[in-house]
Design a protein around this ligand. Structure first.
Ligand SMILES: C[S@@+](CC[C@H](N)C(=O)[O-])C[C@H]1O[C@@H](n2cnc3c(N)ncnc32)[C@H](O)[C@@H]1O
Length: 273
């Protein structure tokens, strides 16, 4: 997929609306003070699009949402007020937006569960979030993409308004009132060689290649190639079949542990070698 796909192309109108601004100078008394560079103006996400983003993210009470470039705070506030998130945080470079968002959280009665911090989203610690939302231009999203993949836990949902995350294809998208929402789930790292052992003594060597959430693989049992069918990765859940037997496991670092005893996939494990 091209770095700037045709899907992003349809949002050129949005891209031009989100104007690129230069360092502006504020006059304080006789002194000129540099204001932090805001490379995206505050264009709030329309409420129907906010609703769809939060609906798609399937928020749970143990979720912590971070909105990068949080503007008036509408996404983070709605997440805890109307969509079940346990807590949320918004980060914005613009102190006026932070003050406005804090006021909005007070008015909505959720100031105890949502906080807003002034800062540069490019320097934010994302590791605590289980859901990440952003409405920024392509350049920022492309910069953030490897940071998200490296620092966020497998299974974290990432939702953007209008702009994608470079070459990483979304798992899901939807258009609401002219605004497109994209969603990704951070995949576990599964590339490499794995030794799979079953309770019946079957030993298989599995080779997995990975591109984001897409995986392909091959397997070998006692030196003979066997099919590794239909491998799929979603967050830290991996599934594949060998000889008509399906394996469903949870990736925990260099181990895969079976997760579904009900359909007979227990009694095996795999280790990265
Ligand atoms: C398009 S608005 C989105 C606001 C909100 N997330 C929403 O969807 O309604 C982008 C916001 O990003 C903020 N912003 C721009 N560059 C930033 C940066 N480097 N760090 C943090 N915030 C930034 C702007 O101040 C603005 O509030």
């Amino acid at each position: 997929m091209a770095l700037f796909s045709s899907r992003t192309g349809i949002h050129r109108a949005c891209a031009t609306t989100l104007s690129i601004s230069l360092v502006s100078l504020l006059s304080v008394g006789n002194e000129a003070v540099a204001k932090p560079t805001l490379d995206v103006s505050h264009i709030p996400t329309p409420y129907p699009v906010v609703e769809r983003m939060l609906e798609m993210s399937k928020l749970q009470p143990d979720d912590h949402l971070i909105d990068l470039g949080s503007g008036d705070g509408r996404i983070a506030i709605a997440a805890v007020k109307d969509w079940n998130a346990g807590s949320a945080m918004g980060i914005d470079l613009d102190e006026d937006r932070i003050a406005e968002a804090r006021q909005n959280a007070e008015r909505a009665g959720v100031a105890d569960r949502v906080r807003f911090e002034q800062g540069d989203l490019l320097e934010a610690d994302l590791s605590e979030a289980s859901v990440l939302t952003l409405y920024q231009l392509n350049a920022k999203n492309i910069w953030l993409q490897p940071v998200i993949l490296k620092s966020m836990n497998p299974g974290t949902r990432v939702l953007t308004h209008s702009f994608e995350l470079g070459e990483w294809e979304p798992d899901q998208s939807d258009t609401v009132e002219g605004g497109t929402v994209y969603m990704w789930t951070v995949p576990a790292s599964v590339a490499g060689k794995w030794q799979l052992t079953t309770a019946e003594g079957i030993e298989a060597l599995i080779l997995i290649e990975q591109s984001y959430q897409r995986v392909v693989g091959s397997a070998e049992i006692e030196g003979e190639p066997v099919m590794l069918s239909d491998p799929r990765l979603h967050g830290n859940e991996i599934r594949f079949s060998i000889d008509s037997r399906q394996y469903i496991g949870k990736v925990e670092g260099d181990n895969i542990v079976p997760v579904d005893e009900a359909n007979g996939t227990a009694g095996w494990n795999a280790q990265r070698i």
